[in-house]
Design a protein around this ligand. Sequence first.
Ligand SMILES: Nc1ncnc2c1ncn2[C@@H]1O[C@H](COP(=O)(O)OP(=O)(O)OP(=O)(O)O)[C@@H](O)[C@H]1O
Length: 327
Amino acid sequence: MIEISGLRKTYRSKAGDVVAVDGVDLTVGEGEVFGVLGRSGAGKSTLLRCVNMLERPDAGTVSVDGVELTGLRRKRLRLARHTIGMIHQHFALLSSRTVAGNVAFALEVTGVPRAERRTRVAELLDLVGLTERAEAYPAQLSGGQKQRVGIARALAARPKVLLSDEATSALDPETTESILRLLLDLNRRLGLTILLITHEMTVVKRICTSAAVMRDGRFVESGRVADLLRQPGSELARDLFPFEAPESVPGATVVDVTVSGEDADTPIIAELARRFDTDVRILGGTVETLAATRAGRWRLALPGGPEENRDALEYLRTLGARVGVAS
Ligand SMILES: Nc1ncnc2c1ncn2[C@@H]1O[C@H](COP(=O)(O)OP(=O)(O)OP(=O)(O)O)[C@@H](O)[C@H]1O
């Protein structure tokens, strides 16, 4: 649904050039929820804004729903943008218009006739659970309700793709959860493809099927969340499952074990103790239900050195666990 290849964007200013996106390739399949994680300044917003050409890239190509956007002239681009909705961290609502008026505005600019607008606004408000607040003004709404208006407005032209620019960053955890639930519901009910940028791990855990970690304009990791979790040294695995645990134990081999999918339900630690008659100790760990999979990560201490534990470590690998010797 979204195909990005060799994308590059440099901002030029008197203070010097800033390479915000430095050669990004990205494929987001239809119906996928793809999250781009990264610290402030990593280039996430620029990347997202290049997808709907709010920023013109210097190099590379961007296709959405089979249409190559980089080469389009203004009029064709305006039409192509109807397949792409966008929501923002600070909602970007018109304060002088009611909730219904904000949603209607998106239909006005795309030339939808008045009578049709009214029905569509009602449909959209129902979709995001805001029917009761149709006549309220943005100042009378909570943050979560404002974001629901933003989502309804973004979906007005029935886009196939929704871009989300830190949509939950200004919300408290409970409201974040309800907005993420709504996005997941829209993804499933409408088959909406979602590309989101965030610095919040919760967002990735709750709704993303795939993710990328961005740093200095590049993707340093990218793929399906379940696969990334099994990648040795994955930053994403570490950040999704943070835990406090010693990195070494005298006289023991300390291993990090990550499992996902069906393997997450295998009683790995009990099996290990039984088969190898080892007094395995759990130093730390966590099990989580992610959007597309269940996954667990543990740090274990096996008595003896790595050589003595070779068979046990091999056994863990055959169980589908990603095994890394912590130190
Ligand atoms: N309009 C601009 N002019 C000049 N430099 C810019 C402009 N927009 C962004 N930058 C720079 O480009 C780099 C990437 O910024 P970008 O906003 O894309 O990152 P980000 O990961 O989205 O960060 P944040 O979460 O803080 O928005 C930063 O160094 C930023 O200062």
